[in-house]
Design a protein around this ligand. Structure first.
Ligand SMILES: Nc1ncnc2c1ncn2[C@@H]1O[C@H](COP(=O)(O)OP(=O)(O)OP(=O)(O)O)[C@@H](O)[C@H]1O
Ligand SMILES: [Mg+2]
Length: 380
């Protein structure tokens, strides 16, 4: 269990003790997180005191009232951003000053909590911030280490983008049903909250795009002789748990020498993604075939499946970021639509040509054409 420090900055003692009481026994758990989070609350009655605590304890979260006796909440927020702290801030504000809160979110606040709030509202906000923090930490860690995209990260991401979409859908439905009245003014709160959620999604997507851009470069110091047959075998082991559940079998046929000079992690990305798709978009009891074949100047890797297939006009689109084919057959299948865009970038780094053929209802075949290295071309 990890403990997150939360500083509550509010001049009303009742609010401070209320927050402490509500969050004292609160924990956030999440299917994809490695650990649970609980909260340690530190109270501050002025903005100045809040800044002092910020400098001393470096809390992860700040719940910040805007109307304070000395410096105002907005100024504290400004201080946090200028001083480079990555503390996440939720503004506590009365409904009357919701415009301030909205402005605060464009100045870097993650969330805002309307006053008076119920324990559920406070918990929902703290839970939301905690999850965003967790995602931000993973993104930063991956950026730092240059580690490749992991399934876990993609699962968290797709899950995390879905939640705000449902929320916005809910708000729109209530407007469509005119649940709060006839006038646009009756829906200001719903509109503000929807915008808030959209902002969160945008920053998540920007983080991720930024991450996928900076990450993809060929690391010359990591280049070594890699046997693609071995990589394929390892990829089979990785996706096997999903395949077993649906009775999908693999066959691997290697007809030629299959070594290349590459960063093994890059080759894993290619095989893991193609095999994961070949399983995900297969039918129950289907097959996945991997063939490695070669001639003097080139050799090919072919990953084919007996799955749902794709229409001709989709084949050019599937390599784009976040592109997923929509249809009855795919709507229950999870994914972020990033896998093939990453595969494409990796293949470009190595001058590998990638082609796809497919027939709806019959299956798909992805072919990779690897150039043989200069000087290692085999005789005809
Ligand atoms: N073998 C396949 N058979 C049928 N459709 C496929 C296959 N591979 C990819 N697709 C289609 O192309 C889309 C994009 O694939 P991609 O791997 O980029 O995303 P994803 O698998 O949906 O999500 P992610 O890989 O990010 O988890 C898929 O959503 C699917 O519609
Ligand atoms: Mg995929």
């Amino acid at each position: 269990m990890a403990v997150i420090k939360v500083v509550v900055v509010d001049d009303e003692p009742g609010i401070r003790s209320g927050v402490t009481r509500i969050l004292r026994d609160f924990t956030v758990t999440y299917p994809f997180m490695d650990e649970d989070f609980s909260f340690e609350i530190i109270e501050a009655s002025t903005g100045e005191e809040g800044i002092e605590i910020l400098e001393r304890d470096n809390p992860e979260i700040m719940l910040l009232d805007n109307k304070l006796p000395g410096i105002q909440g907005i100024e504290v927020l400004d201080y946090i951003r200028r001083s480079g702290h990555d503390t996440m801030v939720a503004m506590i504000t009365s409904y009357a000053s919701i415009d301030i809160a909205v402005r605060a979110t464009s100045d870097g606040a993650t969330d805002f909590i309307p006053k008076p709030f119920t324990p559920q509202e406070l918990k929902a906000s703290v839970e939301n911030i905690t999850k965003q923090m967790y995602l931000r930490n993973i993104t930063n860690k991956l950026k730092r280490e240059g580690v490749k995209v992991r399934y876990q990260f993609l699962s968290v991401l797709s899950h995390e983008l879905k939640a705000p979409l449902y929320a916005i859908e809910g708000y729109l439905q209530s407007m469509l049903g005119k649940e709060s009245g006839e006038m646009v003014d009756d829906y200001v709160t719903q509109i503000e909250r929807s915008m808030q959620r959209i902002k969160g999604m945008r920053s998540l997507i920007m983080d991720l795009l930024d991450f996928s851009k900076t990450r993809l470069e060929k690391r010359e110091d990591k280049i070594e002789r890699v046997d693609l047959k071995k990589i394929a075998e390892e990829a089979i082991v990785t996706v096997q748990p999903y395949a077993i559940q649906r009775d999908i079998t693999f066959s691997l046929e290697c007809k030629c020498e299959s070594t290349v000079m590459a960063d093994p992690a890059d080759m894993e990305i290619i095989f893991n993604n193609l095999l994961s798709n070949a399983v995900k978009f297969n039918r129950d009891k289907g097959e996945v075939t991997i063939e490695i074949d070669g001639c003097s100047k080139l050799f090919t890797v072919r990953v084919s499946d007996t799955g749902i297939g794709m229409a001709e006009e989709e084949l050019d689109e599937i390599f784009q970021e976040f592109y997923r084919i929509k249809g009855d057959e795919t709507k229950e299948i999870k994914g972020s639509g990033l896998g093939l865009s990453i595969v494409k970038k990796v293949t470009e780094l190595y001058g590998i040509d990638i082609k796809v053929e497919s027939k709806p209802g019959e299956g798909s075949c992805f072919t990779l054409l690897f150039p043989r290295e200069k000087g290692r071309e085999l005789p005809d």
